[in-house]
Design a protein around this ligand. Structure first.
Ligand code: HEM
Length: 146
Protein backbone atom coordinates (compact mmCIF):
# COMPACT_ATOMS: atom_id res chain seq x y z
CA UNK A 1 0.00 0.00 0.00
CA UNK A 2 1.28 3.50 -0.79
CA UNK A 3 2.62 5.08 2.40
CA UNK A 4 1.47 8.70 2.00
CA UNK A 5 2.78 9.75 5.41
CA UNK A 6 6.29 8.45 4.62
CA UNK A 7 6.20 10.16 1.19
CA UNK A 8 5.23 13.48 2.85
CA UNK A 9 8.01 12.93 5.44
CA UNK A 10 10.59 12.30 2.71
CA UNK A 11 9.47 15.35 0.69
CA UNK A 12 9.75 17.50 3.82
CA UNK A 13 13.23 16.05 4.41
CA UNK A 14 14.39 16.96 0.90
CA UNK A 15 13.28 20.56 1.46
CA UNK A 16 14.62 20.99 5.01
CA UNK A 17 17.94 19.17 4.60
CA UNK A 18 18.45 20.06 0.92
CA UNK A 19 17.76 23.75 1.57
CA UNK A 20 20.23 23.85 4.45
CA UNK A 21 22.91 22.07 2.42
CA UNK A 22 22.54 24.67 -0.35
CA UNK A 23 22.65 27.42 2.27
CA UNK A 24 25.83 26.03 3.91
CA UNK A 25 27.68 24.90 0.80
CA UNK A 26 26.75 27.58 -1.74
CA UNK A 27 25.17 30.72 -0.24
CA UNK A 28 27.13 30.99 3.04
CA UNK A 29 30.68 30.58 1.58
CA UNK A 30 29.90 33.35 -0.93
CA UNK A 31 28.68 35.67 1.86
CA UNK A 32 31.77 34.90 3.98
CA UNK A 33 34.10 35.51 1.02
CA UNK A 34 32.52 38.81 -0.06
CA UNK A 35 31.47 39.91 3.48
CA UNK A 36 28.12 40.86 1.92
CA UNK A 37 24.97 39.99 3.85
CA UNK A 38 22.37 40.79 1.18
CA UNK A 39 22.45 37.47 -0.74
CA UNK A 40 22.42 35.43 2.48
CA UNK A 41 19.52 37.39 3.98
CA UNK A 42 17.54 37.16 0.72
CA UNK A 43 17.99 33.36 0.68
CA UNK A 44 17.03 33.10 4.38
CA UNK A 45 13.90 35.17 3.82
CA UNK A 46 12.77 33.10 0.82
CA UNK A 47 13.72 29.75 2.34
CA UNK A 48 11.88 30.47 5.60
CA UNK A 49 8.57 30.47 3.67
CA UNK A 50 8.98 26.86 2.56
CA UNK A 51 11.48 25.62 5.17
CA UNK A 52 9.33 26.29 8.24
CA UNK A 53 6.22 24.54 6.83
CA UNK A 54 8.52 21.63 5.82
CA UNK A 55 9.87 21.36 9.39
CA UNK A 56 6.32 21.44 10.80
CA UNK A 57 5.35 18.72 8.29
CA UNK A 58 8.35 16.65 9.51
CA UNK A 59 7.22 16.96 13.11
CA UNK A 60 3.59 15.99 12.35
CA UNK A 61 4.39 13.09 9.99
CA UNK A 62 7.33 11.96 12.18
CA UNK A 63 5.23 11.80 15.36
CA UNK A 64 2.44 10.10 13.38
CA UNK A 65 4.84 7.37 12.15
CA UNK A 66 6.35 6.97 15.62
CA UNK A 67 2.84 6.52 17.09
CA UNK A 68 2.02 3.97 14.37
CA UNK A 69 5.22 2.02 15.07
CA UNK A 70 5.05 2.33 18.86
CA UNK A 71 1.65 3.38 20.28
CA UNK A 72 2.88 3.19 23.90
CA UNK A 73 3.95 6.85 24.33
CA UNK A 74 5.39 6.29 27.84
CA UNK A 75 8.00 3.92 26.29
CA UNK A 76 9.20 6.36 23.59
CA UNK A 77 12.06 7.76 25.63
CA UNK A 78 14.99 5.58 26.63
CA UNK A 79 17.85 3.54 25.28
CA UNK A 80 16.72 -0.02 26.11
CA UNK A 81 15.72 -0.96 22.54
CA UNK A 82 16.48 0.31 19.00
CA UNK A 83 13.10 1.97 18.49
CA UNK A 84 13.17 3.97 21.75
CA UNK A 85 16.80 4.95 21.09
CA UNK A 86 15.96 6.25 17.60
CA UNK A 87 12.84 8.10 18.79
CA UNK A 88 14.86 9.69 21.63
CA UNK A 89 17.57 10.70 19.14
CA UNK A 90 15.03 12.24 16.71
CA UNK A 91 13.34 14.24 19.46
CA UNK A 92 16.73 15.38 20.85
CA UNK A 93 17.75 16.53 17.35
CA UNK A 94 14.44 18.39 17.11
CA UNK A 95 14.95 20.14 20.47
CA UNK A 96 18.51 21.17 19.50
CA UNK A 97 17.30 22.42 16.09
CA UNK A 98 14.56 24.54 17.69
CA UNK A 99 17.00 26.02 20.24
CA UNK A 100 19.66 26.95 17.65
CA UNK A 101 17.07 28.28 15.15
CA UNK A 102 15.28 30.41 17.78
CA UNK A 103 18.60 31.81 19.02
CA UNK A 104 19.58 32.72 15.43
CA UNK A 105 16.16 34.19 14.59
CA UNK A 106 15.64 36.31 17.72
CA UNK A 107 19.15 36.98 19.08
CA UNK A 108 21.56 36.96 16.14
CA UNK A 109 19.64 38.07 13.01
CA UNK A 110 18.12 41.30 14.47
CA UNK A 111 21.60 42.77 15.14
CA UNK A 112 23.46 41.05 12.32
CA UNK A 113 26.38 42.88 10.71
CA UNK A 114 29.26 41.79 8.47
CA UNK A 115 31.46 41.72 11.60
CA UNK A 116 29.20 39.13 13.30
CA UNK A 117 28.74 36.98 10.18
CA UNK A 118 31.04 34.26 11.56
CA UNK A 119 28.80 33.78 14.62
CA UNK A 120 25.70 33.52 12.41
CA UNK A 121 27.58 31.07 10.15
CA UNK A 122 28.10 28.77 13.17
CA UNK A 123 24.32 28.64 13.66
CA UNK A 124 23.74 27.83 9.98
CA UNK A 125 26.34 25.04 10.00
CA UNK A 126 24.91 23.63 13.26
CA UNK A 127 21.33 23.47 11.89
CA UNK A 128 22.68 21.90 8.66
CA UNK A 129 24.61 19.19 10.56
CA UNK A 130 21.48 18.53 12.67
CA UNK A 131 19.37 18.26 9.48
CA UNK A 132 21.77 15.68 7.99
CA UNK A 133 21.70 13.78 11.31
CA UNK A 134 17.88 13.64 11.06
CA UNK A 135 18.22 11.85 7.71
CA UNK A 136 20.86 9.40 9.04
CA UNK A 137 18.83 8.59 12.18
CA UNK A 138 15.67 8.31 10.02
CA UNK A 139 17.29 5.73 7.74
CA UNK A 140 18.14 3.56 10.80
CA UNK A 141 14.47 2.93 11.61
CA UNK A 142 14.39 0.42 8.74
CA UNK A 143 17.79 -1.20 9.27
CA UNK A 144 18.03 -1.12 13.07
CA UNK A 145 21.20 -0.15 14.92
CA UNK A 146 23.21 -3.38 14.62
C1 HEM B 1 13.80 17.88 9.62
C2 HEM B 1 13.51 16.83 10.33
C3 HEM B 1 13.51 15.40 9.83
C4 HEM B 1 14.12 14.85 8.73
C5 HEM B 1 15.00 15.55 7.71
C6 HEM B 1 13.78 13.45 8.71
C7 HEM B 1 14.19 12.53 7.75
C8 HEM B 1 13.86 11.21 7.72
C9 HEM B 1 14.29 10.24 6.71
C10 HEM B 1 15.16 10.55 5.50
C11 HEM B 1 13.78 9.04 7.04
C12 HEM B 1 14.02 7.72 6.31
C13 HEM B 1 12.74 7.09 5.76
C14 HEM B 1 12.97 5.67 5.28
O1 HEM B 1 13.90 5.02 5.69
O2 HEM B 1 12.18 5.20 4.46
C15 HEM B 1 13.00 9.23 8.24
C16 HEM B 1 12.30 8.25 8.88
C17 HEM B 1 11.60 8.42 10.04
N1 HEM B 1 11.45 9.60 10.76
FE1 HEM B 1 12.18 11.39 10.26
N2 HEM B 1 12.98 13.18 9.80
C18 HEM B 1 12.81 14.34 10.50
C19 HEM B 1 12.09 14.52 11.66
C20 HEM B 1 11.44 13.53 12.34
C21 HEM B 1 10.74 13.70 13.58
C22 HEM B 1 10.60 15.01 14.34
C23 HEM B 1 10.25 12.47 13.91
C24 HEM B 1 9.46 12.12 15.13
C25 HEM B 1 9.91 12.18 16.32
C26 HEM B 1 10.63 11.53 12.88
C27 HEM B 1 10.31 10.19 12.84
C28 HEM B 1 10.66 9.30 11.85
C29 HEM B 1 10.28 7.90 11.82
C30 HEM B 1 9.40 7.17 12.82
C31 HEM B 1 10.86 7.34 10.67
C32 HEM B 1 10.79 5.87 10.22
C33 HEM B 1 9.75 5.70 9.12
C34 HEM B 1 9.79 4.33 8.51
O3 HEM B 1 10.87 3.81 8.24
O4 HEM B 1 8.72 3.79 8.26
N3 HEM B 1 11.36 12.22 11.92
N4 HEM B 1 13.08 10.56 8.64
Amino acid sequence: MINYILIAHLLGATIWTGGHLILSLVVLPKALKTEQLAGLMAFEEQFEKIGMPALILQIITGLWMVYRLFPEVSLWFGFDNDLSTLITLKITLLALTVLVALHARFRVIPTLSAARLGFFALHIVAVTLLSVSFVIVGSLFRTGLS
